[in-house]
Design a protein around this ligand. Sequence first.
Ligand code: FE2
Ligand code: FE2
Length: 241
Amino acid sequence: MMRDATKHSVCRATRLVSGSRRRFLVWIGAGLAALAIPRPLWSVEDPKASCRETIDVLTMLYHGEVESHRRYEAYKTQALKEGHVNIAHLFAAMSDSESTHAKRFSEILAKLGVQVEAASQDIQVGSTKENLKYATDVELAEIDVNYPKYLARIRDEQHSKAIKYITYSWKAEQQHRELIKDIQSGTGIFFGILAERFRSTKVRYFVCQNCGSTLTALPEEKCPVCTFPVSWYKEIKLPTL
Ligand SMILES: [Fe+2]
Ligand SMILES: [Fe+2]
């Protein structure tokens, strides 16, 4: 279903050695055939070796996205219990977005020959007021500190698809930051008033199922983050307990 799913991204080191390696293998193969040796004796280079940093970063990000998804699901439930349906709706949208990021990272890892599985994690849940504060801190940390570091770590390996989808994820986190900015100030003494105001505001959430972009209105034609058609957006329904 993914538009560029057929494109095969490889790390730069792999591309550089592939031509010379092929010639080398042909030459060795001919030599061995001449010596009537029944099986080749050379060891095949591990393609994972040239993508080591990319694999490490994607694996770490995958687990982080799964954790965020589960955390926002738990926060959504807590918000519903407290009667903050619209805040629960926002958490539901963010949860869906994080789950999309996890999916994309696991797909890229699978193409690199790495299978990842979500581990069980302990999710701490506080009051909605506390959860909003924690969500804000996590989102801000991802945007301002972590993503630039991850991209710098994998830059030299030049795995274009990994770079692209990590950047998409970063952009979606920026959108999350904008979405929670309004209620960030509500984690202070005025939370009750602010939550009440937010409760009466009708908001719709749409999440791109390719890149996790999270918007409150459908874009005109294309996703502003990944440029996939608008049909890739799914509306997140108002959650219920
Ligand atoms: Fe994410
Ligand atoms: Fe998108």
